[in-house]
Design a protein around this ligand. Structure first.
Ligand code: PLP
Length: 426
């Protein structure tokens, strides 16, 4: 079947993400989507094993979200938040404050994850500036990923964040390994002692480093970071853009699972259930109070045009309704349990380094860079959309994926990896 005209005519004009355009494997034209399924323009149906970059937690076109967005479109699609207010943003802010632990009560909206992290970094730096202290650097971690803009690149893994490529253009941060033991914690404490007062805070993806290769760590790491932040008077920023909003199954947010209260949290990806771009940076009362002043220059100096977009906020409110009315966390745990069983046969295959599952995240890690096109094509042939990167083939299915969906995904992963593995075996 021939590709549609919009595709053939538009192809040379669309610059794709993270893609060498010279050798690009043609993207698949999608006609529609519903639930866990994508329908391609040639009629093929694929189960989306990665929820469109981890966002589409309730599946595509959940009627409750669809109706909320349609209703909003008819009354108020968007209005600026500078000087004007609307119901969806105010309701969403109140609900997020209620869901997050402790006094994480002050919500600043933006439109993408990277910007939410930018805002968190700016908030932290300006918090100290308002107190008359110049502290603009951050402690961050190898394997971390916080976005693609310049400030966020600076707190990403140095290799993945291309620190050397953009040397001179990026802020120089202090990048270390995540502390996993008491000795690591003590060593990090000594390092922080040396760096003293130049640091504004610590930026970390709690419990799972996502784009850095789906690497897990224990609550201990986050508890250690909280202790270090307190001892050295640093702000602790949890970037929950990937793990927040149910992905880990045990609670809505990683900070709750770890029993640690950060000073600032960022959310995006699943916030609107994968429907519209929206992000939030949520600060504790102490941080917010650091901006209350008679000096106009002490106001948080940020304001994206589309912040708090009404349709995005309507989608997010509808998404939170679904977390309340449907057993999403239990479904997430069931997906995890099934993945744990079904991915296990990949362990021990030649070329396979690790198989691991946390929440609804299933990972087969290879001992070398993944042959992405080969693995992806094999999964597509088996009716599953996955996008391997670095050394992993992973799935982050929609949290509504049923047993059949999960089995299809996991079996496609194991089959793709074992075929490849047979090919490389001596
Ligand atoms: C995806 C992601 C971001 C960046 O979000 P964008 O919406 O792509 O800008 C930041 N932090 C984490 C942890 C992410 O997973």
């Amino acid at each position: 079947m021939t590709a549609p005209e919009w595709y053939t005519k538009g192809r040379e004009h669309v610059w794709l993400p993270y893609t060498q355009m010279k050798t690009v494997r043609p993207p698949l034209p999608v006609a529609s989507a519903r639930g866990t399924r994508l329908t391609l323009t040639d009629g093929r149906e694929l189960v989306d094993g990665i929820s469109s970059w981890w966002a589409c937690v309730h599946g595509y076109r959940h009627p409750h979200i669809e109706q909320a967005v349609a209703r909003q479109l008819e009354t108020l699609p968007h209005v600026m938040l500078g000087g004007l207010a609307h119901e969806q943003a105010y309701t969403l802010a109140r609900r997020l404050a209620g869901l997050l632990p402790g006094d994480l009560d002050h919500v600043f909206f933006s439109d993408s994850g990277s910007v939410a992290v930018e805002v968190a970094m700016k908030m932290a730096a300006q918090f100290w500036l308002n107190l008359g202290q110049r502290r603009v650097k951050f402690l961050c971690f190898r394997g971390g990923y916080h976005g693609d803009t310049f400030a966020t690149m600076s707190v990403c893994d140095p290799d993945e964040g291309m620190h050397s490529l953009f040397k001179g253009a990026l802020l120089e941060q202090i990048v270390v390994d995540l502390p996993r033991t008491a000795e690591d914690e003590a060593a990090l404490s000594r390092l922080l002692e040396q760096h003293g007062t130049g640091l504004a805070g610590i930026v970390v993806e709690p419990l799972v480093q996502g784009a850095g290769g789906m690497v897990f760590h224990d609550p201990f790491t986050l508890q250690a970071l909280r202790r270090l932040a307190d001892a050295h008077d640093l702000l602790l920023i949890f970037d929950e853009i990937f793990v927040g909003l149910g992905r880990l199954g045990d609670a809505m947010f990683a900070c709750q699972i770890a029993g640690v209260q950060p000073d600032i949290v960022t959310l995006s990806k699943a916030l609107t259930g994968g429907t519209l771009p929206l992000a939030a940076t949520i600060a504790s009362r102490r941080i917010h109070e650091g901006f209350l002043s008679d000096d106009p220059m002490h106001a948080l100096m940020h304001g994206p045009t589309y912040m708090g977009n009404a349709m995005g906020c309507a989608a997010a409110n509808a998404s939170l309704d679904l977390f309340e009315s449907e057993p999403r966390l239990a479904q997430t745990q069931a997906i995890g349990a099934q993945l744990r069983t079904l991915l296990e046969p990949a362990r021990g295959l030649p070329g396979v380094k690790d198989v691991r599952v946390r929440g609804a995240i299933g990972v087969i890690q290879l001992d070398r860079p993944a042959p992405a096109d080969l693995l992806s094509a094999s999964c597509i042939a088996n009716g599953v959309w996955l996008r391997p990167f670095r050394d992993i083939l992973y799935t982050t299915p929609p949290l509504i994926a049923d047993e059949d969906d999960v089995a299809l995904i996991a079996n496609a992963m194991v089959s793709a990896v074992s075929d490849w593995s047979t090919g490389i075996a001596p």
